[in-house]
Ligand binder design. Structure first.
Ligand code: 4NP
Length: 146
């Protein structure tokens, strides 16, 4: 799960997907990262922590990190929150790993290239982000289990 800062969207995506795969007893390894380095080592944004709390998910143990080229080798799927994240990931992708990168909302509406809006500058955006990621993570599990 990759966004810009790894403090708002991708920590929520990580927390939601991890909760679902634990419920289903799946043996998947899920992590998140940012394309930027500004927030390395920080906890998720308090507004993401609060939003996740409302749905019974705890993000407090997460710490922001920056995506590394090796992540593209190590993980089967790299999910970008928006098209700018997508481009930044492709730029560092080692050979033959580009095909692992996808916009997360394409799991909900294939080929629409919809972005999860950056809520950093908008306190009201976190519920919408949560709902989009809830839908997308359901679709990810459904697709990869079928
Ligand atoms: P995120 O949100 O990419 O969803 O973690 C942002 C967090 C921080 C900044 C921008 C977006 N920032 O400019 O510091």
């Amino acid at each position: 799960m990759v966004c810009l800062g790894n403090i708002c969207r991708s920590p929520l995506a990580e927390g939601i997907l991890k909760t679902k795969i634990e419920e289903k007893g799946l043996d998947w390894s899920v992590d998140s990262a940012g394309t930027g380095s500004w927030h390395i080592g920080e906890q998720p944004d308090p507004r993401s922590i609060e939003k996740a709390d409302q749905y019974g998910i705890d993000l407090r143990h997460q710490r922001a990190r920056q995506i590394r080229p090796n992540d593209l080798k190590e993980y089967d799927l790299i999910l970008a929150m928006d098209s700018s994240n997508y481009q930044d990931i492709i730029r560092i992708a080692p050979d033959d790993t580009e095909k692992k990168v996808e916009l997360i909302m394409n799991y909900v509406q294939s080929g629409h290239n919809q972005s999860v809006p950056d809520p950093y500058w908008d306190d009201d955006g976190f519920e919408q982000v949560y709902q989009m990621l809830d839908q997308a993570t359901d679709a990810i599990i459904e697709k990869h289990l079928s």
